[in-house]
Structures are given as C-alpha cells and as structure tokens.
Ligand binder design. Sequence first.
Ligand code: PAF
Length: 284
Amino acid sequence: MQTFTSIKALQEAIHTQRLAGRKIGFVPTMGNLHEGHLSLVRKAKELSDFVVTSIFVNPLQFGAGEDLENYPRTLEADSQQLAAQGNDAIFVPSVVAMYPRGMSTQTQVSVPELSETLCGASRPGHFDGVTTVVTKLFNMVQPDIAVFGEKDFQQLSIIRKMVDDLCMPIEIIGVPTGRANDGLALSSRNGYLTVDERPIAPELNRTIQACKEAILAGNTHFSELEARANLRLQNAGFKPDYFAIRDSSTLAEVTEQTQEIAILAAARLGATRLIDNTRLAPPK
Ligand code: PAF
C-alpha cells in the first residue's frame, strides 16, 4: 500500500492502474478510522480493483468553535488498519495542497435546499465545505465508484444530488451504518464521550427505533412523535438539535407521494454532537 501526499504522484499512480484496465474505487475520510470506515473500504474493494482512501481533516467544513483543532489525527493507526483491509493507496494531502490560494477565495460547490435543512441549519456552510472538498477529491482521483456511510444520511443525499446535477461520471455507493453492540452508531466523535456519557449515548438510536416502531404500528402524527422523541432525549440528558421525520429523497416533510421515510436526529451529549438515522416504508 502506498501513501501519497502529492496530488501529481497520486494521479500518476491512478493513471497507471487505469491504463491496466482497473476500476478505481474511492473512500473519502477524515481519518481516525473505525470499523464503520473499514466497512466502506471493504465495499469499495468488492466493487473495484484499486481502492484509494483519502484522509483529510477538511477545515472548510468546520464552523467557528467546532472541533477542527482537536479532531483526532491518527495516521499511523489508520494506515495499519487500511493495509489490513487490502486498501491500495492512501491520499493524505496537506491543507496547502488542497487550498493553495487559501480558503476564503476557494471556488465553492453548493447544493441548495438539501444543504440548508437539518444539520445544515445548525451548521451553516458545513455542507458547502463538504461538497467543495469532495468535488476537489473526485477531480483528483477520478474514481469510477465512491463509497460513503449512511450514518451521514444527509451528506450522502447531498453528494448523490451533486453528482447527478453536475453529471459527474461516478457511481455513489451507500453503506449501512456500523454499530456498537449496544446500537450506538460508530463515529470518530464517540471518542469524545466521557465514561459517564458512553452508556447514555445509545439512547439516541433507541429513541429513533421507538419512533420507527410507532410509525410502523400506524401512528402518523409525526409532529407529536417528534415532540415525544425530543422529550425522551432531553430526559436522558441530551440537548436535541433536531429530531425529524422526513421524506428520505427530499428531506422535506412527508407527503402522500413519499416512497420512503427517514427518521433523522442530531443531539448533543455533553460536548459531543451525535447524529443517527433510520429509514422505513410509509405505513399503508
Ligand atoms: O464524512 C466525512 O468524513 C467527510 O465529511 C468527508 C466526506 C470525508 C469530506 O471531508
């Protein structure tokens, strides 16, 4: 497995693979890899011949006062885990390589509407930072397929729309959320939880599952279900950011036309912001 910091060297290596007829798979990450990320790499390996994983803590997607400085950087351990999955190349660009003219004048890619709701409402500019860096990474790697986790369901929806709107010739693959035994969605940010907070954290998933069961049992009073879930989270010690029952394709309110419902939640537990989601068919 080779590690590249230079865009040019990475592109030369990928070009050689492409000339040999190999399909290129890509997994963009911010590092501090856990089993959830490794499942993305395994999926990319299954669907392509040469897998590139990028590790870049993207400053453009962090707001003021967020955890950019403290975001865990664990390249050595990440490299070992990636090698064990059969990952072929790691791309670790510097901030200067990604943003040579600085970030304030960087051309930005923005997906309207989908980027403005839910996490976008509480983290203004976050998704523009994501779509901008992902576009740059896509242009550098030019993959045939790119793999993202369904834990960040809104991010996955936004990237699918961006690829479709901008006619990017890349197939986007979503991989189901990896979970700990108690149901907590795997996330690099779980490492911020204190010993006392960790046993409370799975309550986010349990609240989402309880809401799903209520809908499947025929309860379609969505605002009441949302209010009940918010209260349950507050009682458990969370500060909910949102708990929303939405149409999974538009992330707007559920309508008669909705083919699939998404239940999405974000909540703070102490200093840690956790997100999770599930999906279900609307009850008949
Ligand atoms: O999901 C992430 O880790 C990041 O948002 C991504 C897609 C790597 C872009 O920085």
